[in-house]
Design a protein around this ligand. Structure first.
Ligand SMILES: [Zn+2]
Length: 95
C-alpha cells in the first residue's frame, strides 16, 4: 500500500480487505487484513510443516499425519493442515 511522506511523518494507507483475501505484504496491511479475517470468523490453524499460523485461504488442502506419543506412552494420530508455501516448496523439491 502507498506511503505518503508529510511534514509530520509518514502516512500509510492500508487497503480495503475482504474476508478470504490473500495475505498482503507489509506489517500495517497485515494487521488490517488479519483484523478483517478475525471479524469474519476465520481462524488461523498451525501448519504441520513450518508451524506458522495460517488462515484457511492460505492452506493448500493437503494434510500431514504424524504419530507422536502422549504423556502416557500411547501413540496418537495428529492431522495437521499444510500451508500453500510449504506445499509449493515440497513440490519444487520433488521435481
Ligand atoms: Zn507451512
Amino acid at each position: 500500500m502507498p506511503c505518503i511522506h508529510t511534514k509530520i511523518g509518514i502516512l500509510t494507507i492500508v487497503g480495503d480487505y475482504k474476508p478470504g483475501d490473500p495475505r498482503p505484504s507489509g506489517y500495517s496491511d497485515f494487521v488490517e487484513w488479519a483484523t478483517v479475517q478475525e471479524k469474519a470468523g476465520l481462524r488461523p490453524a498451525r501448519c504441520g510443516q513450518c508451524s506458522l499460523w495460517r488462515y484457511p485461504q492460505e492452506m493448500s488442502g493437503r494434510v500431514v499425519v504424524s504419530h507422536p506419543t502422549d504423556s502416557y506412552g500411547n501413540t496418537v494420530e495428529v492431522r495437521s493442515p499444510v500451508c500453500r508455501e510449504c506445499d509449493a516448496r515440497e513440490k519444487r523439491s520433488e521435481t
